[in-house]
Design a protein around this ligand. Sequence first.
Ligand SMILES: [Zn+2]
Length: 327
Amino acid sequence: MRATRLVSPLLLAALVAVLGTAPVAGGASAPARSVAITIDDLPAPPAGVVSNQPAALAALTRRLLAALAAHGVPAVGFVNEGKLHLDGEEAGGAEARTAVLRLWTEAGLELGNHTYSHRSLNRTPLEEFQADVVRGEPVTRKLLAEAGRPLRYFRHPFLQVGLELPKRREFERFLAERGYTVAPVTVDNDDYVFAAVYADALRRGDGERAGRVAAGYLDYMERVFAFVEEVSRRLTGREIAQILLIHANELNADHFGELAKRIEARGYRFATLEETLRDPAYALPDDYVGNWGISWLHHWELTAQRPRSPSPDPPAWIQQAYDALPR
Ligand SMILES: [Zn+2]
């Protein structure tokens, strides 16, 4: 006997939950995409800014926070407390840089720990690395406490999770014992490459070149999103709740608003990291260790013995300009 309805409401609800799509009028499906925005290397990595002076960092941060607020983005910012202390800077420097971080919590946003000095877990002995995590806590914890929040997220520098699985697992146990949840990344990208070329152009007063870099960045990020959507579907049969990593820099301070519009135009809403991590994808088996700091989509591909899908690259002229910058 034929069913009178092909899909019961209950089953439809389950399908929506699994596939991440919601039915719309006319029976077609519109994507109910979601992405959590995470922003690393706070207060800011020097290569991505026009000036590393506290007043300039505060101005950059205010522009970035305004763009986040305009799009209702509940971002999490990941701090390197080592960036608060500059060699040879007068005593007030660290205080002024801490005030830049406080702009984030005053804007209602959450901060996480990205270690004190942004070293590689792959190349640092575990005990030393764990000490760098602890050293990266006090200012961030205090700012969060002022805002009535706990410190609860950790982001691996360079997304490097270790070269051997026992080390990776031991570090994860350490994090859990200190109350941390690892913040994975699925929408990995090379925004820092564009950002360094962009900041260099602005430092040299070349606004025209900066504009071309920004346009290239936005187009590149569209390709990155199309890529992760495709890998998600291939790997899990659906589009998972994504996590974007970008950096606190001049490029995003000036152009995050435009990037947010492009992301929204793809059918995304901006979700909290907490909500995003409830997607069952984040419980997929993940035994990845290795040299590459890569997307968790790649972790899951490699753990499932599949080849790593090649990510989009920045345009050659951007990459060449980046490679030619003095380090
Ligand atoms: Zn970082």
